[in-house]
Design a protein around this ligand. Sequence first.
Ligand SMILES: *[C@@H]1O[C@H](CO)[C@@H](O)[C@H](O)[C@H]1NC(C)=O
Ligand SMILES: *[C@@H]1O[C@H](CO)[C@@H](O)[C@H](O)[C@H]1NC(C)=O
Ligand SMILES: *[C@@H]1O[C@H](CO)[C@@H](O)[C@H](O)[C@H]1NC(C)=O
Ligand SMILES: *[C@@H]1O[C@H](CO)[C@@H](O)[C@H](O)[C@H]1NC(C)=O
Ligand SMILES: *[C@@H]1O[C@H](CO)[C@@H](O)[C@H](O)[C@H]1NC(C)=O
Ligand SMILES: *[C@@H]1O[C@H](CO)[C@@H](O)[C@H](O)[C@H]1NC(C)=O
Ligand SMILES: *[C@@H]1O[C@H](CO)[C@@H](O)[C@H](O)[C@H]1NC(C)=O
Length: 432
Amino acid sequence: MKKAPPFLNRHGQVQCLFTAALASLLVLGTARLVLDGLKNSHSPVLQLLSRRNPVRLPVNVSDEDVVEVGCNVFEGKWVWDNGSYPLYTEESCQFLVKQVTCQRNGRPDALYQNWRWQPNTCKLPRFNALKLLEVLRDKRLMFVGDSIQRGMFESMVCLVQSVIPDGKKSLQRVPPRKIFTAKDYNATIEYFWAPFVVESNSDNAINHTVRKRLVKLDSIAKHGKQWESVDILVFESYIWWMYKPQINATLGYPYNVQEYKVTTAYRLAMETWARWLEDRINPHSQKVYFMSMSPTHLWSWEWKHGSKGNCFNESHPIQGPYWGTGSNLEIMGIVRDVLGQLQIDATLLNITQLSEFRKDGHTSVYGERRGRLLTKEQRADPKNFADCIHWCLPGVPDTWNEILYAHVLQDYRSRKIKPPPAPAPAPARHKT
Ligand SMILES: *[C@@H]1O[C@H](CO)[C@@H](O)[C@H](O)[C@H]1NC(C)=O
Ligand SMILES: *[C@@H]1O[C@H](CO)[C@@H](O)[C@H](O)[C@H]1NC(C)=O
Ligand SMILES: *[C@@H]1O[C@H](CO)[C@@H](O)[C@H](O)[C@H]1NC(C)=O
Ligand SMILES: *[C@@H]1O[C@H](CO)[C@@H](O)[C@H](O)[C@H]1NC(C)=O
Ligand SMILES: *[C@@H]1O[C@H](CO)[C@@H](O)[C@H](O)[C@H]1NC(C)=O
Ligand SMILES: *[C@@H]1O[C@H](CO)[C@@H](O)[C@H](O)[C@H]1NC(C)=O
Ligand SMILES: *[C@@H]1O[C@H](CO)[C@@H](O)[C@H](O)[C@H]1NC(C)=O
């Protein structure tokens, strides 16, 4: 017997039929319809499919799912597109936390939801939740980092959850993790609180010190243990380092606390992370991404000369070029150095520039502070209470996930992310 070509096995015909059926349903109706159909449809195609090849379909990655060769998706501009965006709504995603639901929290304008990122020389692939879930079948996708990364995790959950019927999806909180499960796919999308990536005294996801930060620059094994078997890891760490020009840290025995220049400490921590990756990650079965820094918009004089505000009351993106002083170029250089020297493949998703333009996308006074929504009085005092670090959802992190999507599908197509092993072939009915 011949070996099956990439997207077809000996049940190839059935797969093609299924793909066609899926495509036509998607055109006609919502994705929800398809999944409901999958579960209990009496359609002969689906019955045949479930009998002969129970849902283990490799994904058909087309050119529309990946970034065009030669296109830098990180260079471009934001264009108004209220026809396609937002990709979901606050109401349609039950998994959003209060911190990010700016509309529900009283934000008067919603324009920030309607911008599409347009790379200069290509289109961003359209997010297809069904395809991504299929790629994630029997896999774990984990976002590791701080609360910015948690926003990206929540965005990803919202982007995929609408195609999963109720009862087939769940979100568990198991600090320091959050785990979204897509049951029928045996797939999880997870978040892991590790604001410095390496260990620190802020690793308790619920009760952590903000002011007395202490980082253990050469320690990662303890929480790294819980990342070891994850198939797709997405790391991020920046804002927690940037509290002061110096940071208290320990490095090696006897663990004396010392003040380090932030950039020195950041480099040491990144090198610890890099060594851990080389040691613990199997580049043939696991894939690693690193998110560049998420920009802040704390001082409006940076984009509006003479003004004294912050991101509060901003309703439109900045028309480039623009780079805020909050995005430290020395740190960017350290990220480039460390990723460049890494012995295994880790992909940088350089979302800083595109997010720099989005002074309008932050939660501002329509979010939480220390776990509580702002009071009326606090809201009236944006100078002291606006949050110009975190992002409303739907919003900017959705674009980060569209870019991640394009990379994941590309890496799946080139087999850097492996499809699950093919199911045992059904016994042939007729000898040929
Ligand atoms: C994969 O998708 C492309 C474009 O959507 C289509 O032309 C092709 O027939 C599909 N292949 C399979 C095996 O379904
Ligand atoms: C979309 O934006 C255009 C231009 O601002 C506006 O005329 C139109 O009413 C908007 N459509 C919706 C559905 O909001
Ligand atoms: C579910 O996925 C995990 C990996 O995340 C895998 O170890 C396990 O075998 C899968 N279970 C089934 C029933 O395929
Ligand atoms: C939070 O942690 C601090 C220091 O470890 C401790 O003193 C305090 O009791 C903790 N608070 C709660 C609510 O657990
Ligand atoms: C480091 O810790 C010492 C002792 O707690 C404190 O006085 C100092 O301000 C800390 N340095 C920084 C940069 O936070
Ligand atoms: C917000 O900006 C608009 C103009 O864009 C201005 O008219 C309004 O007074 C501002 N609101 C506050 C509270 O600053
Ligand atoms: C990320 O992009 C910015 C500009 O868009 C660039 O200045 C920076 O060097 C890039 N970072 C890395 C690590 O390549």
